[in-house]
Each structure stands twice: as structure tokens, then as C-alpha cells.
Ligand binder design. Structure first.
Ligand SMILES: NC(=O)c1ccc[n+]([C@@H]2O[C@H](COP(=O)([O-])OP(=O)(O)OC[C@H]3O[C@@H](n4cnc5c(N)ncnc54)[C@H](O)[C@@H]3O)[C@@H](O)[C@H]2O)c1
Length: 363
């Protein structure tokens, strides 16, 4: 196998995926504009080719010598998509389609696209439609994020032909430890809540369903897509989850798993009405056709997360970097404040030469 291009390789899934690809002997090019900095990717940056670029400026040179592209870049949840719907559409739809077009034109034989199971969202209260949904279910997403993902998925899969095998994984909500940690994903939020005050907050009684999968299992599914017979993925959609849980059950299981490793936590539930997403999916197709078997349960993942969070000191739980929407808002505000001068406190170059003073020095 030649080189794999991972777009968004410095993100939450990316940091785990890239380590997995390197361990399996792939050579990896990461294209990422590093919204979350270099630090999370530090352990592998000297072993990959890093292209710091916006995926909206994607060019043929980015796929040179690549045998596959894995596109996990762009905005990755509802709040960030709603914060800037235009940027969301540019990245998640238009840029993702262009990446596939460029890859196909360059003769790259495979492309993996990270779609989302949230395109199945039915909301709570629609009992007659509250069933396990497979890849043939009618989907009518309303939210900006899911709509942008579905639009890209349709265009990308339509490009399939004998020389190009694109595949889309409609992933459930991911959980588990990554060096680029996110505490805005439900299981990770429970772990953070428990470590940071011992209270797991459950909204709307936890009635809503969610499909869930560990981040290492997601990486494993992508590797299968790189290595299987191309006919099995050509133009295909695969749902990807280990299990579906109501959030209420997930909270109870998380509470028990945390208690078992000495992290006690109480449950706090409310029934305040709000916009609730709810959906559950069947992962039978990925199991039957690709032979995918998830390996990590919620309970195992929680144990691993607590260990890693503590060992690496990722316990500054209120830092915006762990919450995509908080971080994006902060970056946007910083740009507005800083762009006129291009620096915050020390201007680059000032004070480098003996006797030189910065204009802010008195005298
Ligand atoms: N995490 C989940 O629960 C989940 C569930 C379903 C689908 N997905 C999809 O999986 C993919 C990865 O999710 P994640 O949790 O790792 O997200 P993430 O936000 O942690 O990572 C996204 C990465 O993409 C990079 N990126 C964003 N916009 C970019 C741009 N314009 N140009 C270049 N790089 C850019 C970011 O810098 C970041 O490193 C996303 O496509 C997401 O929509 C994630």
C-alpha cells in the first residue's frame, strides 16, 4: 500500500487513526489546518508528512503518490455547523466533494468519507419511526451539520466507477481517549463530569437514543476499508456503531463503570423541553459485508479514558480546547482582536538586538 492522506489527521479521531496506520506500516500524509494545535499530534509529527493547509484549498499535489484518502476533516458537530453555516457547507460539503474529485482525477483508487449517523435523527416522541435504521432508511436531516454531510456523501459516492472506490461511514457518536481530547461527546462528557465534581448530567430524562462507538474501533473500520476487496466498498454507505443506548441507560452504565474504578458520581436528570436528537442504527451491514467487529465496550473505554486523562494531566476540564464550539468561538474572537497587529504581547523581532527597545518601553 502506498501513502495514505488523512485530512483532519490532527483531530480527535485523526490522532488515534494516524497512530494506528503508522503501527500497521502505512506511510501517512496529514493535511490539517491545526485548529487544535500541534501538541495533540506531537507523538507522530516526526513520522508523518504534515501539510498545514485548509481543505478548502485542496490541490492535486496533496494526493501525489497516495493509494488512499481518508477525509475526516471539517466541522464535526451541530453547534459549530450552526455557528457558521457557510463555513460548514464550504468544508463539509464543497471541499469534501472537491477532495474526492481531485483524488479520482489523480487516480487514487480509494477514498473513505466520515459521514454521521445523525442524518437519521428522528427526534424523540415519534414512536412509530423509532426503529433501528439501516442504510436504506429514508433520511431527511434538518440540522446544518447532518445536511452538509449527506450532501457530500451523495455526490462522493456517485463518483464511484471501476477505477475509484469511495465509501462513506455513517458513524455513531464516538467515545474514548484521544491525545486530542474532546469532552463534548456524550460518554467523554460523563467521564469529565465524574472527574470534575462527581455529577453526571442527563437532559430530558435521557430518553433519546444514540449509536455509539469507540475511537479505536472507528480507526479499525477505516483500515478494513483500505485493505478489503475494493468491490465491497465501491460506492457504499456503511453505518458504524457498536451499540445503541438510550442516554439514561448510558448514564447508568457509565456511573457503574466509573464507580468500579473508584470514581463515584451521582446522576442529575432534568426534563426541561429542548431540541433533542434521537436515532438508533443497525450496523449489520458493516459486520456482514466488511467483517467488522467492534472490540471496545463503553465500560472498557471509560477505564482507559480515566487512566489516560490522569496520566497525561488533561484535567483542566474547563479549557475551551476540549469543546469544539467554545474553541471555535474563542478563535474567531481572537482573530478579531489580534488581526490588526498580528501579535498579542511581544511583536516578533522586538528586543532581539542589543540596545533595541520596543515602542512600549518608556523613556
Ligand atoms: N467524533 C464523533 O463523534 C463523530 C461522529 C460522527 C462523525 N464524525 C466525523 O468524523 C470526523 C472526525 O471527527 P473528530 O471528532 O475527529 O473531529 P475534530 O474536530 O476533533 O477534528 C477535525 C480535524 O479536522 C481539522 N480541520 C477542520 N477543518 C479543517 C479545514 N477546513 N481544513 C483542514 N483541516 C481542518 C481540524 O483542525 C481537526 O484537526 C469529522 O468529519 C466528523 O464530522 C465524528
Amino acid at each position: 500500500m502506498k501513502k495514505v492522506l488523512v485530512i483532519g489527521g490532527a483531530g480527535y479521531v485523526g490522532c488515534v487513526l494516524v497512530e494506528g496506520l503508522l503501527a500497521k506500516g502505512y506511510s501517512v500524509r496529514v493535511l490539517d489546518r491545526l485548529f487544535f494545535g500541534r501538541e495533540p499530534a506531537r507523538s507522530f509529527l516526526d513520522r508523518v508528512e504534515l501539510v498545514v493547509e485548509d481543505m478548502r484549498a485542496f490541490e492535486p499535489e496533496h494526493v501525489r503518490d497516495c493509494g488512499a484518502v481518508i477525509n475526516i476533516g471539517g466541522l464535526s458537530n451541530d453547534p459549530t455547523a450552526e455557528f457558521d453555516p457557510r463555513a460548514n457547507e464550504e468544508m463539509n460539503t464543497h471541499a469534501s466533494i472537491r477532495v474526492a474529485e481531485v483524488a479520482k482525477a489523480a487516480g487514487v483508487p480509494r477514498l473513505v468519507y466520515a459521514s454521521t449517523a445523525s442524518i437519521y435523527d428522528r427526534g424523540v416522541g415519534e414512536q412509530s419511526r423509532d426503529v433501528l435504521l439501516d442504510e436504506d432508511a429514508v433520511v431527511e436531516p434538518r440540522a446544518a451539520y447532518a445536511t452538509s454531510k449527506l450532501a457530500a456523501e451523495r455526490e462522493i459516492l456517485a463518483m464511484a466507477d471501476e477505477s475509484f472506490a469511495p465509501v462513506s461511514f455513517r458513524q455513531g457518536t464516538v467515545f474514548g481517549f484521544s491525545p486530542r481530547m474532546r469532552y463534548d461527546l456524550v460518554v467523554n462528557t460523563f467521564v469529565k463530569d465524574a472527574l470534575d465534581g462527581g455529577m453526571l448530567h442527563v437532559f430530558y430524562g435521557g430518553e433519546m437514543w444514540r449509536p455509539l462507538i469507540d475511537v479505536k474501533d472507528v480507526a479499525r473500520a477505516y483500515v478494513i476499508a483500505l485493505e478489503c476487496d475494493a468491490e465491497l466498498i465501491r460506492g457504499q454507505v456503511y453505518n458504524l456503531a457498536r451499540e445503541n443506548f438510550r442516554i439514561s441507560e448510558l448514564a447508568l452504565r457509565s456511573q457503574l463503570a466509573l464507580r468500579a474504578i473508584g470514581v463515584p458520581a451521582e446522576l442529575d436528570a432534568d426534563y426541561a423541553p429542548r431540541m433533542i436528537r434521537s436515532y438508533r442504527i443497525s450496523s449489520e451491514k458493516v459486520e456482514k459485508i466488511l467483517g467488522f467487529r467492534s472490540q471496545v465496550s463503553v465500560e472498557e473505554s471509560i477505564g482507559h479514558m480515566v487512566k489516560e486523562i490522569r496520566a497525561r494531566g488533561l484535567t483542566d476540564f474547563t479549557h475551551p480546547r476540549y469543546y469544539n464550539i467554545e474553541w471555535m468561538k474563542l478563535l474567531e474572537e481572537s482573530v478579531r482582536i489580534v488581526s490588526r497587529h498580528g501579535y498579542v504581547l511581544s511583536k516578533p523581532g522586538w528586543g532581539n538586538r542589543p540596545g533595541e527597545r520596543s515602542p512600549t518601553e518608556g523613556g
